[in-house]
Ligand binder design. Structure first.
Ligand code: PMP
Length: 362
């Protein structure tokens, strides 16, 4: 077998090797049909079986709470930034946003194009290096929803405690941390995530929502942008990204095999602790960017003393087989994305590389 890279890409990102190998084994002839899953009708029994299995597996992992539905949509989480207010931010309402960083800001920018918004909390003053206190939010009565970004992929921060929004639906962009740990879905009206970090390949966006939030799309909305269209048609109104959905189903099976979300969380904590400890024990050679209490389990952002040294780190890391350690172009620095499928061994190798690098340059 060819050597796998130490893959720290932010997304699309590492997938479990077992999943890739299973997909490979099924690639040419899926379940004896004589064709790959990509070559068959999305209206046929075989594909529909996979499609429905992926949706029910996802709900199962989240404890199957009453009244929640799964949609498989296209256009990435970025499309949800617009589709959410188009469907729910109706006349006379306002939508609350917690401004935690780059992705939260993109979400609110789209909502402003549709209707009234307000900032419920922000960590802008802290340069988005922390998650703001959301324990005592006061929301207006006409709030359509409160939107949070559960994990800021670029800054490397993550919510610990989610806000209690009472009767106002809490909605989360969970693109970069969905299924990294157990969470109580019933706290949320809706969560959505592009698949390409923790769920599978790019091409499909998962929406999990309380059914009543999906049934009241304004009359004037074009068919394809309406949540009710996709709900009424089991996400088969038009051709779905069938291969991506098949891969999501395989990744969900793999999560079950890891001990479900409890097992995944345990592994993620071990992985994150290993890397944050290496940063914190470097005597200031490596410096973590995010506030310690707001640190992400998924995206570890850190810096070196100078940009030149960071460039050297990236160059040498690439020569050693490490991929994706360059920070996002908007913030610079370094970032290791350690999603569910990144093995402990990759992080161990990274920590060893960091120690060697410090020995030579410290
Ligand atoms: N939200 C978050 C938190 C993200 O990390 C990303 C992608 N990196 C997006 C939204 C945008 O996702 P997409 O490219 O699927 O539109």
């Amino acid at each position: 077998m060819s050597k796998r890279a130490y893959n720290f890409n932010a997304g699309p990102a590492a997938l479990p090797l077992e999943v890739l190998e299973r997909a490979q084994a099924q690639f040419v002839d899926f379940q004896g049909t004589g064709m790959s899953i990509m070559e068959m009708s999305h209206r046929g029994k075989v594909y529909e079986g996979v499609h429905n299995e992926a949706a029910s597996r996802l709900l199962n992992l989240l404890g199957n709470p009453e009244g929640y539905k799964v949609l498989f949509l296209q256009g990435g989480a970025s499309t949800q930034f617009a589709m959410l207010p188009m469907n729910l931010l109706t006349e006379g309402k306002t939508a609350g946003y917690v401004k935690t960083g780059s992705w939260a800001n993109k979400a609110v920018k789209e909502a402003k194009l549709i209707g009234e918004t307000f900032v419920a909390a922000s960590s802008e003053e802290d340069k988005y290096m922390s998650i703001p206190d959301v324990s005592n939010l006061v929301l207006p009565e006409n709030a359509a929803y409160l939107h949070i970004t559960s994990n800021e992929t670029i800054e490397g921060t993550q919510f610990g405690q989610y806000p209690d929004t009472g009767s106002v639906p809490l909605i989360a962009d969970m693109s970069s941390d969905i299924l990294c740990r157990p969470f109580d879905l019933t706290q949320f009206g809706m969560v959505y995530a592009g698949a390409q970090k923790n769920l599978g390949p790019s091409g499909v966006t998962v929406v999990i929502a309380r059914e009543e939030l999906l049934t009241n799309s304004p009359k004037h909305l074009p068919t394809i942008f309406r949540y009710d269209t996709h709900l009424d048609n089991n996400s088969l109104y038009n051709t779905p990204p069938s291969f991506s959905i098949y891969m999501v189903n395989e990744v969900l099976k793999w999560i079950e095999e890891q001990g479900s979300l409890e097992g995944i969380e345990k592994k993620n904590r071990e992985k994150a602790n290993l890397l944050y400890d290496a940063i914190d024990n470097s005597g200031g050679f490596f410096r973590g960017c995010a506030d310690v209490a707001s640190r992400s389990l998924m995206n570890v952002t850190f810096r070196l003393a100078s940009e030149d040294l960071e460039k050297q780190f990236i160059k040498e890391s690439e020569q050693e087989g490490f991929v994706g350690l360059k920070g996002h172009r908007s913030v610079g620095g370094l970032r290791a994305s350690i999603y569910n499928a990144v093995p402990y061994e990759s992080i161990k190798a990274l920590v060893e590389f960091m120690e060697q690098f410090q020995k030579k340059n410290g």
